[in-house]
Design a protein. Structure first.
Length: 383
């Protein structure tokens, strides 16, 4: 049993009672029970059933209360065209400028630490002194995920969408944008994880490991903080497959031990297409560009498209060991990445703006995995 307490997330002196009445108090009930077990079916260590269940609390990111506190420092921003240095404030005083509507950042009074419930059950079987198989079913359900919602809009209650402030004004006219940090998001991960191990035995010439994962990853945000909300009156619309969702994921690595102290290793990877964070350039309600399609409230489904191709890659490493003296060894290494020069396209580099000429077309990515064939040579000294 674990207990978590964060005592420094209150908001004394930072309250905005007209927008967020009341006070934020410290959570004192974050108990995280956890239980795990392992059962040796035959008592010989070859057939094992294992599992566990537990609750895990995360921390409240420092940026969130810090942004709220920093926002209380009054700032004035003005734009002057063809300025006269004799009157940069355009005839106004600082006091008059400070009375203008400004942006506000608040952290909800019911903000909670993120929590995740986890459960798994699995089975491992030794087939021989060399080979073993394992299979696990994993479930993770998260809630109180951090979200960021712009709340200074009137609602069109018939459609459940905001009304543009240029037509209806704002509920809190003393402010422009009000960003409310709240813990209203959720997430879920379900997977079947399979694994195979082939150990090197004395006199053997290779070892091998492989894994396959069938999984579903959903959530209210792709970010690790400040999950933006497209429609401030429909937070649940943010819940979708995340950009990390990859239905099939296969990995295989093996090492062959060759004569004359040479080792040849390979890594093979294949992964199915992942979602693309699509958007539009429409802003009919003054909320900022998001996924709006028109002024009637039609939207694109969040992460509603996927990349066109599987990720596929094979890497090789050749190592030569030179024993110098005693325990000292020098290794010469040759690495070749993407040895077959397979074209891979990063889902984050696709054209993601609906209606543009590059929409859903792959583009260049500087991420190492998506580069063409590359090679490097290295030397390592072990002593």
């Amino acid at each position: 049993l674990r207990y978590d307490l964060e005592p420094s997330v209150g908001n004394p002196g930072l309250e905005q009672q007209e927008v967020e009445p009341g006070h934020r108090r410290t959570e004192k009930t974050n108990f995280g029970p956890r239980l795990g077990f392992t059962h040796d079916v035959r008592g010989d260590g070859r057939s094992v059933i294992r599992g566990g269940i537990g609750r895990y609390f995360g921390n409240i990111l420092l940026n969130i209360p810090m942004n709220e506190a920093r926002n209380r420092n009054r700032q004035v921003q003005i734009t002057v065209l063809n300025p006269s240095l004799n009157d940069p404030l355009q005839g106004l005083s600082f006091e008059e400028l400070l009375t203008r509507p400004r942006n506000l950042v608040i952290m909800s009074n019911d903000y909670k630490a993120p929590v995740q419930d986890q459960a798994s059950i699995g089975f491992a079987q030794e087939l021989s002194s060399r080979y073993a198989l394992q299979a696990d079913v994993v479930h993770q359900a998260g809630r109180n995920i951090q979200m960021s919602r712009s709340i200074n809009f009137f609602e069109n209650t018939a459609l459940g969408i905001p009304i543009n402030p240029s037509a209806a004004g704002r509920p809190y006219p003393q402010f422009v944008n009000i960003t409310r940090y709240e813990s209203t998001g959720r997430s879920q991960y379900d997977a079947l994880q399979l694994g195979m191990t082939g150990r090197r035995v004395p006199g053997g010439h290779f070892d091998v490991q492989g894994s396959y994962t069938l999984s579903w990853t959903k959530g209210s945000t792709d970010a690790n903080r400040f999950g933006a909300v497209n429609n401030p009156f429909d937070v649940e619309d943010e819940y979708s497959y995340t950009v990390a969702d990859q239905r099939h994921r296969l990995s295989l690595n093996a090492t062959t031990y060759l004569p004359w102290n040479f080792n040849l290793s390979t890594i093979v990877f294949a992964g199915s297409p992942r979602p693309i964070n699509i958007s539009t350039n429409q802003d009919p309600f003054g909320t900022g560009a998001g996924r709006w399609l028109n002024a009637s409230g039609a939207v694109l489904t969040k992460n509603g498209e996927r990349s066109l191709y599987w990720d596929r890659k094979v890497d090789l490493r050749l190592v030569k060991n030179f024993r110098i003296t005693g325990r000292a060894t020098v290794q010469g290494m040759l690495d070749v990445f993407n040895i077959f020069n397979t074209a891979n396209y990063n889902p984050t580099s696709y054209g993601a703006v609906f209606g543009t000429s590059t929409y859903l077309k792959p583009g260049f990515s500087s991420t190492l995995f998506y580069q063409p064939r590359m090679a490097q040579v290295g030397v390592r000294v072990i002593y």
